[in-house]
Design a protein around this ligand. Structure first.
Ligand code: F6P
Length: 325
């Protein structure tokens, strides 16, 4: 293999840069002659937005959030014409292998692309703060995002306690509740609402009432944005209607603050490892698989399985919330 390309796609996540760096440096170390970076994911592939990369182009990025290759969600790539254009651009450049860094949308696209053009060799690295890919214990960006959310909720707890208020804090996670679960557990939240389970409003109100009856001065409820009630503002409004204790209610939406920032130590290490293994996988002839880390070992999961969302929240974690809240 003489020429490979790397791109980032979908929602950016901290650690993507560490992964790009590892892909470029591993490829050059292995004797691959040319590495191209594709800007703005599939959109840049269609628009021929490529750049040559060398060891120096990935200097001083391991510690930065975002992605130097930028990212996009491409409508054009959803069309057969868009994918044909992307394929022709790759072929014209002589690209023989591709590392795609992204989440389920990225691998859904890669899967369709490889079915249409079976000579393409694509492997993936899981890049999303949501941790919602099957076949890996951690996605790149998740550890940083939960630490960012935890730090923000810690700050909110200080002021919540000072004023004796009830706070609903909304964290990211349209389809997956992992950020809510971990940040809520780590901050001692009274309740954690996730998309995976329907919210029991009666129980939530009762738990909060019991807390105030037992002289809790303040309370925090962490709500994933994809919760079935409709996010923290809706949950807060519902609770306000029903709560008997006269407590002041506030809502904070953390939003995209969770997507940026300096990656944590383990994020950088895992992203580097996955980037390196992605290139090794391409060289070993693997195609259509996502690199992951399961029980500290590197794993390879076909795109089709990785995007199926057939993972479940560990019942042990739900029990911890019930006992410790
Ligand atoms: O997939 C990662 C994620 O951050 C989700 O948690 C969130 O719902 C979504 O992306 C937000 O996407 P955008 O930045 O396009 O609004």
């Amino acid at each position: 293999m003489k020429h490979i390309a790397v791109f980032t796609s979908g929602g950016d996540s901290p650690g993507m840069n560490a992964c790009i760096r590892a892909v470029v440096r591993t490829a050059l170390h292995a004797g691959i002659e040319k590495v191209s970076g594709i800007y703005r994911g599939y959109q840049g592939m269609i628009e021929n937005d490529f750049m040559d990369m060398n060891a120096g182009s990935v200097s001083n990025i391991i510690q930065t959030g975002g992605t130097i290759l930028r990212s996009a969600r491409s409508d054009a790539f959803r069309t057969p014409e868009g994918r044909r254009q992307a394929y022709e651009n790759l072929k014209a450049k002589g690209i023989e292998g591709i590392v795609a860094i992204g989440g389920d949308g990225t691998f859904t696209g890669a899967n369709i692309f490889m079915k249409e053009y079976p000579d393409l060799a694509i492997v993936g690295c899981p890049g999303t703060i949501d941790n919602d890919l099957y076949g890996t214990d951690y996605t790149i960006g998740y550890d940083t995002a939960i630490n960012t959310a935890m730090a923000a909720i810690d700050n909110i707890k200080d002021t919540a306690n000072a004023h004796g208020r009830l706070f609903f804090v909304e964290v990211m996670g349209r389809d997956a509740g992992f950020i809510a679960l971990m940040s809520g557990l780590a901050t001692g939240a009274e309740d954690i609402l996730v998309p995976e389970f329907p919210t029991d409003m009666d129980k939530l109100v009762k738990d909060l009432e019991d807390g105030f009856t037992n002289k809790k001065n303040s309370s925090i409820v962490v709500v994933a944005e994809g919760d079935d009630v409709g996010g923290a503002f809706h949950v807060a409004a519902e609770v306000k209607k029903r709560l008997v204790t006269p407590v002041e209610i506030k809502v904070t939406v953390l939003g995209h603050v969770q997507r940026g920032g300096r990656p944590t130590c383990m994020e950088r290490v895992r992203a580097s490892r996955m980037g390196m293994e992605a290139v090794n996988a391409l060289l070993a002839g693997k195609r259509g698989v996502m690199i992951g880390e399961v029980n500290h070992e590197i794993s390879f999961t076909p795109f089709e399985q990785a995007i199926k969302h057939n993972f479940e929240i560990d019942p042990g974690i739900m029990e911890m919330i019930r006992v410790l809240a």
